[in-house]
Design a protein around this ligand. Structure first.
Ligand SMILES: NC(=O)c1ccc[n+]([C@@H]2O[C@H](COP(=O)([O-])OP(=O)(O)OC[C@H]3O[C@@H](n4cnc5c(N)ncnc54)[C@H](O)[C@@H]3O)[C@@H](O)[C@H]2O)c1
Length: 299
């Protein structure tokens, strides 16, 4: 079966509870929504690949975003665009040099919706399409919950939650406009499930809980457009954000108790999960989170 769109066989009936006359009328007046199916067509080769795909990754100038970009390129992505606030450094330039014309940077502040929209427009003007959006840019702050003031909280929520939301909605609008069955992936965190036992960061965990949670509802809302929305929850990854972890004097002792793999991840070790969710190999995967966290008991 490979029609462009499918219509559910039967119209959903209203739930039995709480069904007064008004609810029944509303249910009857609703037409069955038309769903754009994500099922690949008969020519699909079932290889997990990003061939021909143009992918935007926020905060890909360094750290996890750069690792995701590297693995996307290794898996045939046509182009990677880093949407980042700051100018790229040496690491990004090296990746760009290694993959001529496939790696691009566009200056963007994800906390400003108009900046995200402009960046996506620039990608489409250059490449004619956009297939994936990885809402990855984020920050943390480690200090006791009682010490946070409002500006600090706003900074965290503006970047991690509002920024991710603007990226997802701007990408979804563009996918719909272009008729592209796009994939959106959020970088959440293991702190969205449980506390980071290595450093106090209650507001950060709250932002990442919000990110992981919004993927569920966006996935539900946008399935009819053929847009999939998922998240990935990294554990400890070696980036500037985790500068403190291995320097802790009790690191080795903590490792004994945490169990699992007593080391931080290289950002590239997350990449396969992102490639999977961005590819059509995951055409029936939406609304889930994939935890990638080798240090098992740190959360
Ligand atoms: N490092 C970890 O162990 C870890 C664990 C779990 C989740 N995460 C999440 O992974 C994501 C990436 O983290 P990282 O460790 O690579 O951090 P990082 O600080 O190394 O990289 C963050 C990138 O985001 C960019 N950025 C910051 N503000 C921006 C803005 N307003 N607009 C656009 N870009 C902006 C930065 O310039 C930088 O390139 C974050 O969302 C973080 O919360 C990291």
């Amino acid at each position: 079966m490979s029609p462009a769109a499918i219509v559910p066989q039967s119209t959903q009936t209203a739930p039995t509870a709480n069904t007064g006359p008004n609810t029944a009328q509303v249910a009857q007046s609703h037409e069955a929504p038309v769903y754009l199916t994500t099922e690949p067509d008969a020519s699909f080769d079932w290889k997990i690949s990003l061939k021909n795909k143009v992918v935007a990754i926020t905060g890909a100038n360094r750290g996890i975003g750069l690792g995701i970009a590297t693995v996307c390129l290794a898996n045939e992505a046509k182009e990677i665009w880093s949407l980042d606030l700051f100018e790229p450094g040496e690491e990004f330039e090296a990746l760009s040099k290694a993959h001529p014309k496939r790696v691009h940077y566009v200056q963007c502040d994800v906390t400003k919706e108009e900046s995200v929209i402009a960046a996506i427009d620039k990608i489409v003007a250059h490449s004619g399409r956009i297939d994936g959006m990885v809402a990855n840019a984020g920050m943390t702050k480690h200090q006791p919950a009682l010490d946070f003031d409002r500006p600090q909280l706003e900074q965290l929520f503006n970047l991690n939650v509002f920024g991710a939301y603007f990226c997802a909605t701007a990408a979804a609008k563009k996918f719909i406009e272009l008729g592209i069955k796009g994939s959106i992936v959020f970088t959440a965190s293991m702190t969205s499930y449980r506390p980071n036992r290595a450093a106090p960061s209650a507001p950060y965990g709250g932002t990442k809980g919000a990110v992981r949670n919004m993927a569920h509802t966006l996935a539900m809302e946008w399935a009819k457009h053929g847009i999939r929305v998922n998240s990935i929850s990294p554990g400890f990854v070696r980036t500037q954000m985790t500068y403190y972890v291995e320097k802790a004097p009790d690191w080795n002792l903590k490792m004994q108790y945490y169990g699992g793999m007593p080391r931080l991840a290289d950002p590239k070790e997350l990449g396969g999960a992102y490639v999977y969710l961005l590819s059509e190999g995951s055409s029936y995967t939406t609304g889930i989170d994939i935890p990638v966290a080798g240090i098992v008991g740190a959360w």
